[in-house]
Design a protein around this ligand. Structure first.
Ligand SMILES: [Ca+2]
Ligand SMILES: [Ca+2]
Length: 290
């Protein structure tokens, strides 16, 4: 049935093509999104593919269907460094099998189990067009996921950081950040996403994650934040296809109080706490675009 329908569409398209004669440029434009449209179209993919059951390949295929290119993935704990989705998936499956075979979970610094959460850096770009122009948007994202049965969020807020290596300001400009968080079953309370931007410069950003439990659910079971560079078409600059290099970190803390201040650079993120808390930081790791 599907094949027949496809053949029919193909046949109709063949007949109509000379009549429509759409200019190539208009055809291309119709297939690109604004940033907001891209985010709306990709909403929910992290629940589908980057929650407790991880499928980097299927995730990447869906992003690519929306125009994403150059997808690279890092997940330092799983030994994944700037890998293609296929390489990342292979390594992740080995890691997950080993972790499942371990008799009991290891414990990290203080009392946060080492397998409480994972952090991945995912980098890619996609073409955009909107009312002001067109170009490419270079995304560096930090995705986190707590085990669905890990329900232990508490003060102070968790922290996420993303930092970029030096890039040519004449070619690129940091335009925006993005944030999404979900409960274990993919529910998203859009009126309250529990993520607050702490700091934003041209090369890094820090967010606070209000990891709280309600109704036996961790409100921020999984999600991501993104730091996005705009690469407009038609800029004259020395290196228009420079490799963008970014890295991300997630630090979970619990059973403490007070607050923290964050220091961040391309080489790492460190938090200074006003009072003691159980904590564990994981690095997504370095991922590049182009
Ligand atoms: Ca989860
Ligand atoms: Ca916390």
């Amino acid at each position: 049935m599907k094949k027949a329908a496809y053949q029919l569409v193909a046949a109709v398209a063949l007949v109509l093509t000379p009549m429509l004669a759409v200019p190539a440029q208009a055809e291309e434009k119709r297939q690109t999104f604004s940033y907001e449209e891209f985010r709306a179209a990709s909403s929910g993919l992290s629940t589908k593919y980057l929650n407790d059951r991880v499928d980097y390949v299927a995730y990447a295929r869906e992003l690519e269907a929306l125009g994403a290119k150059n997808i690279r993935i890092s997940n330092q704990v799983a030994g994944i460094i700037n890998s293609t989705p296929e390489e990342a998936q292979f390594a992740y499956q080995l890691y997950a099998r080993k972790a499942a075979a371990a008799a009991s979970p290891d414990y990290g610094v203080m009392d946060v189990p080492i397998n409480a959460f994972t952090a991945s850096t995912i980098a890619y770009n996609f073409p955009y067009s909107n009312s002001t122009g067109s170009g490419w948007l270079d995304n560096t994202e930090l995705h986190w996921n707590f085990r669905d049965n890990f329900v232990n969020g508490s003060a102070p807020d968790d922290a996420i950081g993303i930092a970029l290596d030096a890039y040519d300001f004449n070619c690129y400009s940091a335009v925006r950040t993005w944030k999404e968080s979900y409960t274990w079953d993919g529910s998203r309370q859009t009126s309250q996403d529990y993520i607050y931007q702490e700091n934003l410069t041209t090369s890094n950003a820090v967010w606070r994650v209000r990891d709280r439990v309600s109704g036996f659910q961790l409100l921020v079971d999984h999600g991501f934040v993104a730091l996005v560079l705009d690469h407009p078409n038609g800029r004259s600059c020395a290196n228009p296809n420079q490799r963008i290099v970014g890295s991300g970190w997630y630090e979970h803390n619990q059973d403490g109080g007070g607050t923290w201040t964050a220091g961040i650079s391309f080489f790492g993120m460190s938090l200074e706490y006003s009072s003691e808390a159980d904590k564990l930081q994981k690095a997504g790791g370095v991922a590049t675009i182009r």
